[in-house]
Ligand binder design. Structure first.
Ligand code: FAD
Length: 409
């Protein structure tokens, strides 16, 4: 008599859940994938502005180095088991063409995130995964420390193994409302406080925000009590509420984690030391006595609309500018204080930091160390990578490993 197939319930049809369901089904398990919303892969669809930065190119060790040390340690086995090349190979073998940007980010060519999701859906269908949309799971069925299934409206979905991959809690309209954390907490897991990461930063600014204006390739810094707590080089975009853009997203996690009275400033001349700047300003005043000192900014490509905000006191002719004003102007250029942090909105982050404590999940299998037959993967774990395809890769890799382990004898 043929042995009964192992039944696996996967909760959450994002990057992690799709890979988990496909991998488990391809190992001959009977798999049902429960997705709360009307479609699979909602976050993949909005990723990379709809273009989907699928993953990051390069050796796995370099990819891991982009994460915090404890996160990299946890991710290492999964990322070697299911690499960046594997996800690309899965997609390109079904017709997607991809290109690698000079900064290592991999995107589809002549295609969008929609095509990525369509291909992944094809894998699920070919492996006979039963996909149930509009099916919000409501909790885990636990008996004597063992998970037996998942409660759903009108009943229970029983499974020999349960994989939870319901994501984080940013962009709640996309379906991710942090449901899984309460469930696994009941199973004995610790949830590291959840905060915004890769999010815009709302500021109280001493001037009207020049919304829509961007400064390119500068150093954005956050300070608390004068001490620097974060810095990144990149583009900063002013918004109606504060700032966004790559450099902002990348310091948002530290800003949200540290909290309290935080000031944000921009080094508008990152390649110039204060001494060099000072001597450049002295030369400028000597060479252009009739020009406004503020016009010095023309050399450093600062948008015109910012000059009146930055240039308090430096509007007069350079010849008449005294040393104090010149020094003040120099310190503004090296550390232009643009405001105090009022909020780092969790709902607007590309990911959240915090989630299921990593030491309570086996990194080789994604098996919970708190409940038998329970597997956890994707963003609901305490992992948050930077911008660049790292977060999808973490979800793909941990999902793949969860599916493989759950289906293995
Ligand atoms: C605007 C934006 C842009 C991004 N761009 C990129 C990018 O270009 N590259 C990159 O690497 N990362 C990007 N990310 C991050 C990346 O999308 C996530 O890290 C990744 O999708 C997480 O995958 P996941 O499967 O763990 O969770 P999700 O993709 O969030 O999937 C979780 C799924 O679970 C479902 N769910 C939730 N609760 C329940 C329930 N109770 N029952 C059933 N189903 C449930 C949700 O509806 C959702 O479909 C971006 C994120 C955002 C918000």
């Amino acid at each position: 008599m043929a042995s009964k197939k192992r039944r696996i319930v996967v909760v959450g049809g994002g990057a992690a859940g799709i890979l988990a369901a496909w991998r488990a089904a391809s190992l001959r398990a009977e798999v049902v994938l429960l997705e709360k919303t009307v479609r699979l892969g909602t976050k993949i669809l909005i990723s990379g502005g709809g273009k989907c930065n699928i993953t990051h190119d390069g050796p796995i060790e370099d990819l891991l180095a982009a994460f915090r040390k404890n996160e990299a340690r946890f991710l290492r086995p999964a990322c070697y088991r299911f690499t960046n090349s594997r996800i690309i190979e899965m997609l390109t073998s079904r017709g997607l063409r991809v290109y690698t940007r000079p900064d290592g980010r991999i995107f589809p060519v002549d295609a969008t995130a929609k095509d990525v999701v369509a291909i992944l859906r094809g894998y699920l269908d070919d492996a006979n995964v039963e996909v149930r949309l509009k099916t919000p799971a409501q909790g885990l069925i636990l008996e004597d420390g063992e998970v037996k299934g998942v409660s759903v409206p009108g009943g229970v979905e029983f499974g020999d193994r349960v994989i939870v991959s319901v994501g984080g809690s940013s962009y709640p309209n996309s379906g991710t409302t942090g449901d899984g954390w309460a469930w696994v907490k009941r199973a004995g897991h610790t949830i590291v406080p959840v905060r915004a990461a890769l999010a815009p930063i709302d500021l109280k600014m001493p001037f009207d925000s020049p919304a829509g204006v961007a400064v390119r390739d500068r150093i954005l810094k956050a300070r608390k009590g004068g001490k620097e707590i974060a810095r990144r080089r990149g583009d900063v975009l002013f918004t109606h509420r504060g700032i966004s853009g790559p450099a902002t997203l990348e310091i948002s996690r530290e800003v949200a984690e540290v909290g309290g009275d935080i000031t944000i400033e921009i080094d508008l001349l990152p390649d110039c030391s204060p001494e060099e700047l000072n001597s450049q300003l002295v030369d400028y005043c000597r060479e252009h006595p009739k020009r406004a000192l503020l016009r010095f900014c023309e050399r450093i490509e600062i948008p015109e609309s910012l000059l009146s905000i930055i240039g308090m006191g430096a509007g007069g002719a350079a010849a008449r500018v005294d040393k104090k004003t010149r020094n003040q102007f120099a310190s503004t250029l090296k550390g232009w204080v643009i405001g105090k942090v009022s909020r780092v909105p969790l709902d607007k982050g590309e990911v959240v930091s915090g989630g299921v404590a990593l030491d309570e999940v086996d990194p080789h299998t994604m098996l919970s160390k708190r409940a038998a037959h329970l597997y956890l993967c994707g963003e609901m774990l305490d992992i948050a990578g930077p911008v660049g395809g790292y977060n999808l890769q973490a979800a793909f890799s941990t999902g793949y490993v969860a599916g493989e382990s759950a289906a293995s004898p």
